[in-house]
Design a binder for this molecule. Structure first.
Ligand code: ATP
Ligand code: MG
Length: 664
């Protein structure tokens, strides 16, 4: 059996969900116990047609029933619920509005504390209907793409749902992207209409959203119209007569109900570009029924979201997390979703906790990068808030180190909440591997067990053979299709095959390293491209980073390999410290200590040969560390950084280049 190189990571105790979780449950937990999960999981793998056929009919409202649950050809066939007809906006809005029109669908917390509003399901139905007619009037037809460049405001949710109500396709572009990135995404997706704001507000600052759109549109010949939401009302914002229309002027011209347009299960719901951590962003194409079903199921089962819950996903609609867990999941369930426009640091580091307290949030979901920031800020920002409404805490986007997991569990969850470390990708549409709230035992740092219908395989990267049994490590693949998996990369099906299916024939390749421990729990070890090979040991960046983070001086760090004559590769750690005012001596002591920690925790072979103290690490706009930049800089290839259009802090790269050069 292959050796587990990264065993250290997996030596943590299993934490059972507290019995209080089930006892104090406000309604009834979605599953009774772990056994029930196992039974359903086994059925979902052994008989996906029966499992998904039943659950899709129960959970979604269909306009026309499907007649084939899963495309029957052998091989990696990715079509589901064939010949069914459905509308996603109906499932997210109408069916709840009919029963419960006054129930809050959206709780909007504006950038400025104290500002915001509540939108009920009834109001949302009216807004979605009116906007759907505006779009139709502007010539948008079924299958056309509409670009959304909006901040986190209720109109963004209404926009997404209005687009899909008429069978059109949305392509949301994170409203922090530059005009060049926006232009490329508009042109690649062939969007005909753009929806934006006059300006937006984030962290107390105004952003000139409309000006960025105007700049981008200079090179987007196919865009006919721009719909502008008035967010700040700044009079100096340019308005191009004939092309631009105001959202608040157009909507009232139309009646408050228009029927949803039936679309085929396999019609495209949206396009979304990936974060670009590993290269040029991919235009991921998701289809309607399968995506919607898994968005709903994971919201319900992973996070235990019921209709009376208030679900706060602190992620932007510009990323898949926002699509699935701000918009589609919670609304398909009929819960209340929190739409937060601001940042965790404005006006201070208490902002999230203030929101949780104010709206009695029951599920909170965020990325480790925000948790590291808040942990570093200090616990006094948390203490005065009542967080007792919380039941479930989620994490997404990067591995969460045990250190941070424990802080989240103790300080935010106060030992009462369950933690869902959810592993998934833009391509997957919804969780692949995640513990179910109150059901699955937790292990800090492990995403635990697969969701229904997900059949993971650990594959040997050299032979391409699946490694069976427990205590195995390799690359993480998935064995069969599931409803919410991407059907293509937009207009590039061959890149789709090359990226996901050709590397390991017979499997969907995630691009991440993974291990299955002695209990059958899964560990994500970081990107395959990031694996460091020291004297034949394949070390996971996630593991070394987690060890370094145990040092109390460290705020964040990223580990990459660089060429070494003796060992093939050596480990380099880029570290940002909590305090920026340490003396030279204190810094060199901190470096020694953290090298010591890695030696002790993992072994001498994993100890970083190079430790560089930096102010900040290069990150994508979705908050992920771009390790490939660090690798390039160490390899003297700073002139070949590749696509860095999704980088959020270019100044960090400049500092890293000069600190690396100083070591030569
Ligand atoms: P690109 O594909 O363009 O390089 P990206 O992979 O960062 O960008 P996303 O789809 O936003 O784009 O991120 C998915 C990746 O995030 C996963 O492949 C994995 O590396 C990482 N990830 C997400 N959730 C987790 C998690 N819970 N634990 C560990 N890693 C995670
Ligand atoms: Mg990726």
């Amino acid at each position: 059996m292959p050796q587990l190189e990264n065993e250290h990571l997996m030596h943590v105790n299993q934490i059972e969900p507290t019995s209080e979780y089930q006892k104090n449950h406000p309604s009834s937990p979605i599953l009774k116990n772990f056994e029930e999960y196992k039974t359903l999981y086994n059925e979902s793998i052994e008989n996906p047609t029966e499992f998904y056929g039943r659950i899709a009919r129960k959970e979604l409202d269909w306009i026309k029933d499907f007649d084939v649950t899963k495309y029957p050809l052998t091989g990696f066939n990715t079509s589901w619920f064939l010949n069914g007809e459905i509308n996603a906006s109906y499932n997210c809005v109408d069916r709840h509005a009919f029963k419960n029109p006054d129930k809050p669908a959206i709780v909007y917390e504006a950038d400025e504390p104290g500002e915001g509003r509540i939108v009920t399901y009834g109001e949302l139905l009216a807004e979605v209907s009116q906007l759907a007619q505006v779009l139709t009037e502007l010539g948008v037809k079924k299958g056309d793409t509409v670009a959304v460049y909006l901040p986190m405001i209720p109109e963004a949710i209404a926009t997404i749902l209005a687009i899909v109500r008429i069978g059109a396709v949305h392509s949301v572009v994170f409203a922090g992207f530059s005009s060049g990135s926006l232009r490329d995404r508009i042109n690649d997706a062939d969007s005909r209409v753009v929806i934006t704001t006059d300006e937006s507000k984030r962290g107390g600052k105004s952003i000139e959203t409309k000006k960025i759109v105007d700049e981008a549109l200079k090179e987007c010949p196919n865009v006919r119209n721009v719909i502008v939401v008035k967010r700040t009302g700044n009079k100096s914002v340019p308005f191009i007569e004939g092309r631009d229309v105001w959202y608040h002027e157009e909507l009232p011209k139309y009646k408050t109900y228009t029927p949803p347009v039936p679309v085929n299960s396999e019609d495209t719901l949206f396009l979304l570009y990936t974060s670009g951590s590993t290269g040029k962003p991919k235009g991921i194409q998701h289809t309607t029924a399968g995506y919607l079903l898994n968005a709903l199921l994971t919201t319900k089962y992973t996070f235990d979201v019921n209709q009376q819950d208030v679900f706060f996903t602190a992620g932007d609609i510009g990323w898949i997390t926002g699509h699935t867990y701000v918009v589609y999941g919670p609304l398909a369930v009929g819960a209340t979703t929190v739409v937060f426009e601001g940042t965790p640091a404005y006006p201070n580091f208490s902002r999230y906790w203030e929101i949780v307290d104010k709206y009695k949030v029951t599920q909170f979901y965020v990325a480790p990068t925000a948790l590291r920031l808040l942990k570093r800020a200090g616990d006094h920002f948390i203490e005065k808030y009542d967080l007792s409404s919380l039941r479930v805490l989620g994490s997404v986007g990067e591995p969460i180190a045990a250190e941070v997991w424990e802080w989240y569990y103790e300080k935010i969850g106060r030992g009462r909440c369950t933690i869902q470390d959810t592993y998934w990708q833009t391509e997957n549409g919804s969780h692949l591997i995640a513990p179910l709230a109150g059901i699955t035992p937790m292990k800090p740092g492990s995403a635990s067990l697969p969701f229904f219908g997900i059949n993971p395989a650990i594959v040997d990267p050299v032979s391409g053979q699946e490694l069976k049994g427990n205590n195995v490590e390799g690359v993480l693949c998935i064995k069969a299709s599931w409803p919410s998996m991407t059907r293509s990369i937009w207009k590039d099906y061959s890149r789709y095959l090359d990226t996901y299916f050709n590397p390991y024939p017979g499997y969907f390749f995630t691009g991440d390293g993974g291990a299955r421990d002695s209990d059958g729990f899964y560990w994500v070890l970081g990107r395959v491209d990031d694996v460091v090979n020291v004297s034949g040991h394949r070390l996971s960046t996630a593991e070394i980073e987690a060890a370094i983070l145990e040092n109390p001086n460290v705020a964040e760090n990223a580990v990459v390999g660089f060429a070494d004559e003796l060992t093939g590769q050596a480990v380099a750690a880029f570290v940002s410290l909590k305090r920026k005012d340490l003396s030279e001596d204190q810094i060199s002591l901190a470096k020694k200590e953290l090298t010591q920690t890695v030696r002790k925790e993992i072994g001498p072979f994993a100890a970083p040969k190079l430790v560089l103290i930096v102010d900040d690490l290069p990150k994508t706009r979705s908050g992920k560390i771009m390790r490939r930049i660090l690798r390039k800089v160490l390899a003297h290839e700073e002139d070949q950084l590749g696509d860095i259009s999704t980088l959020s802090n270019p100044e960090a790269v400049t500092q890293i280049i000069s600190s690396v050069q100083a070591t030569r």
